[in-house]
Ligand binder design. Structure first.
Ligand SMILES: *Cc1c(COP(=O)(O)O)cnc(C)c1O
Length: 222
């Protein structure tokens, strides 16, 4: 299936004037597909797998802002640390430490989002609030200068039950507000990454500032 340029233009129009960034999720899609959206002005792309991301980063224009949205293993941080724009799925203190360390090696501050568990599905990763609190307690005295926590990311359940989706998004939006107010620790806490092809309207209604859209733009993944 071809890249849906009309949908892209529609989506951009829908988002204009809103404080919502569009990440085009290009996993399994070819560099030429990515270039089609790039040529329409899209610069933020999301990938889930390190090897695939490295190959695309190598091949494609270097003003693309690459977002890592998959589940990242600590031992692979080093490969993406030199260039990654935002790491969405940070869900452990160990991963945070690994990113900080690689940030230091590359002499940069790496922006990250903490992934919060909002779905009870087994396959979904993320921190529960107790773990989040512990991480925040552990952070300050460790002087982690090479990471910047920009906000939260969540993945809703795989369901068409809009009430359930809304509940999950509202839960995270409320938590986002709550931690935003304690912004002593988070000087640039401004990003709430929720919403995918099937549920982005609900996510925006709940307060999303960043949606991650794959199949709607690139067609179904095989
Ligand atoms: C694949 C993926 C998306 C995009 O999903 P679509 O339903 O194709 O829009 C968004 N976020 C994450 C974390 C993903 O893995």
């Amino acid at each position: 299936m071809a890249v849906n340029k009309e949908k892209y233009t529609e989506l951009i129009q829908e988002l204009s004037g809103k404080n919502v960034a569009l990440i085009a999720v290009s996993k399994f899609k070819s560099p030429s597909d990515i270039l089609e959206l790039y040529n329409l002005g899209q610069r933020d792309f999301g990938e889930n797998y390190v090897q695939e991301l490295l190959e695309k980063h190598e091949e494609l224009p270097n003003d693309i802002r690459w977002h890592f949205i998959g589940h990242l293993q600590s031992n692979k941080v080093k490969y993406i640390a030199p260039f990654i724009h935002l790491i969405h799925g940070v869900d452990s203190f160990n991963l945070l430490k690994a990113i900080d360390k690689e940030g230091a090696k590359n002499n940069r501050v790496i922006d990250i989002l903490l992934q919060i568990r909002i779905s009870q599905e087994e396959t979904k990763y993320g921190l529960v609030e107790e773990e989040l609190k512990q991480i925040l307690l552990d952070l300050p005295d460790q002087q982690r200068k090479n990471i910047c926590i920009k906000g939260f990311m969540g993945m809703a359940s795989f369901t068409e039950d809009e009430r359930k989706l809304k509940q999950e998004f509202d839960f995270l939006a409320a938590m986002f507000k709550k931690y935003d107010q304690r912004s002593i620790q988070f000087q640039q806490f401004q990003t709430l990454s929720i919403g995918m092809s099937n549920d982005y309207s609900l996510a925006i209604a709940a307060g999303s500032t960043m949606i991650r859209i794959g199949s709607l733009l690139f067609g179904r993944r095989t």
